[in-house]
Design a protein around this ligand. Structure first.
Ligand code: ATP
Ligand code: PRP
Ligand code: MG
Length: 283
């Protein structure tokens, strides 16, 4: 059986479980369930702290896992594990921040005390950029309070909306250290038919979430122009109609562009424009 690690709590847990469910895997009945066998799909799920998931995958005791890119990098698995796919949720940036207005550049980090929950990730970044700080204080959470409480001058933390920083009277500075989202990780170099199936199914969910299916009729002489407006994944499917001067088109369109594209097609001369949701795909 394929052994998959899934976040049991925190920011990633609900979205990860929803995505797996949409991909056709069994749903966890109880949030206290730590292991779940999905016989039909020949998969075993292990619900773990997202921070620990990279450790299990790198050790090879679990085949693949869903975690955050930032947590994966922080675990410093020395190339034992790798990112197989990004999942489009749990987006955040990992950034430096300090009291509002006080810092503008990472050059000012020299000799400072830095607090973070991601000390592996931070130390790698500092080493890469040849920045010598006084020390890195590893905290479990609520890192924003560390400056006011006198253990640090600057923090490096997860920023999503920025509300927490603003409320603490702080600002980010410098470029993001890392842009993160939920990812699937696997042991380096391991290939497995069931891993391919998992990735294909997750890809299917991503496509189904991002695209809609658009059908429309268009005069044959305008088909080429219409094709430029709606190029689709490869090319639109064109079918003949009873009236030979018209053709029917079927094409995938990005959900956020759907209304714009319908307006443009209608202006061009398309009629009977219909949009339907995509439930699943194998592309
Ligand atoms: N607003 C957010 N706060 C924390 N983590 C977030 C946020 N948005 C996205 N993430 C991502 O979620 C992952 C952290 O999840 P994790 O469960 O470890 O922490 P958490 O949600 O802060 O939970 P807790 O603080 O209860 O441990 C990281 O990959 C992080 O980038
Ligand atoms: O930019 P925002 O949308 O405000 O989100 C970012 C904040 O959310 C997380 O904190 P969490 O609530 O997990 O508490 P913690 O720091 O104790 O982990 C993170 O550590 C930041 O503090
Ligand atoms: Mg947190």
């Amino acid at each position: 059986m394929l052994r998959i690690a899934v976040p049991n709590k925190g920011s990633l847990s609900e979205a990860a479980s929803t995505m797996l469910q949409e991909a056709g895997y069994r749903k966890r009945r109880d949030t206290r369930e730590l292991v779940m066998v999905d016989e039909a799909n020949n998969v075993e799920f292990f619900f773990l702290r997202p921070r620990d998931i990279a450790v299990y995958v790198a050790a090879g005791t679990l085949d693949v896992g869903i975690t955050g890119r930032d947590l994966f990098r922080d675990a410093r698995t020395n190339g034992e594990a790798e990112e197989l796919m990004s999942l489009g949720f749990g987006r955040s940036t990992f950034r430096f921040a300090g009291p509002a207005g006080k810092y503008t550049s990472i050059d000012q980090l020299e000799g400072k005390r830095l607090a973070t929950s991601y000390d592996g990730l931070l130390k790698d970044y500092l080493a890469e950029h040849n920045i010598n700080v006084e020390n890195v204080v590893r905290l479990d959470g609520a890192v924003e309070s560390s400056i006011r409480l006198g253990v640090a001058d600057v923090i490096a933390d997860v920023v999503e909306t920025g509300n927490t920083l603003r409320a603490a009277g702080m600002d980010t500075f410098g470029e993001p250290i890392l842009v993160s989202e939920a990812v699937v990780i696997g042991r380096k170099g391991v290939s497995h038919r069931d891993i391919d199936t998992l990735l294909r199914r997750l890809q299917s969910v991503l496509v189904a979430r991002q695209y809609v299916l658009m059908d429309y009729n268009i005069p044959r002489e305008l088909a080429e122009e219409a094709r430029e407006l709606t190029p689709g994944f490869d090319a639109p499917t064109m079918s003949p109609l009873q009236d030979e001067s018209w053709v029917a088109m079927r094409v995938m369109v990005r959900k956020e562009e759907m209304n714009m594209v319908m307006d443009q097609l209608h202006t061009l001369g398309a009629r009977a424009i219909l949009v339907s949701a995509i439930l699943a795909t194998r592309i």
